[in-house]
Ligand binder design. Structure first.
Ligand SMILES: [Fe+2]
Length: 172
């Protein structure tokens, strides 16, 4: 039950992604990836319990962990402007059992608000409910390819595992 995985990234919600990349680069000296999109038609959250379109523009820092994930306001649910700017979630990547984690935390009274599903309804990632941990969500991401494309809709880069990624392959 204990959470033993280290925090992989800190997700921030921002109003203007390009401006945020500039300011966070200046402030930290970190390099940020090209803008990409977490784009799916199978997202559910408090705004709509039916799978719906979700298209969050994002950028990750090269430096980490913990990495910094900048996400631009999107939609009317978990990523909306109504949520305000600032820390949105602590991210745990490649979680081996996102469904089990959801059940375990639910048994502790911690709910879910925000889930990306695959076409078969399996969880690709999920967020705990903001109100259940003092205004900050935890994000659990399954170790499978995620629906990431570049900002203009082109396919994302491919990482060393063959999954869509935000960084071009390193030159040998
Ligand atoms: Fe995240």
């Amino acid at each position: 039950m204990a959470l033993t995985e280290p925090i992989h990234h800190i997700g921030l919600l921002v109003a203007d992604l390009e401006e945020a990349i500039e300011r966070w680069s200046l402030a930290t000296g970190y390099r940020f990836s090209e803008v990409a999109r977490y784009q799916t038609d199978f997202y559910v959250d408090h705004s709509d319990a039916h799978p719906h379109h979700h298209d969050a523009r994002i950028s990750f820092s090269k430096e980490g962990p913990p990495f910094i994930e900048l996400m631009e306001f999107h939609g009317v649910g978990t990523h909306s402007a109504a949520q305000g700017e600032g820390i949105h979630h602590l991210g745990f990547m490649d979680h081996p059992d996102v469904e089990g984690k959801k059940r375990d935390l639910s048994a502790c009274g911690m709910g879910c608000d925000g889930m990306a599903l695959d076409e078969d309804g399996k969880i690709l990632l999920w967020f705990t409910k903001k109100e259940d941990l003092h205004g900050i969500r935890l994000e659990f991401v399954s170790p499978v390819p995620q629906p990431i494309v570049m900002d203009d809709g082109r396919p994302a880069y491919i990482d060393e595992r063959g999954f869509p990624g935000l960084w071009p392959p390193e030159r040998a």
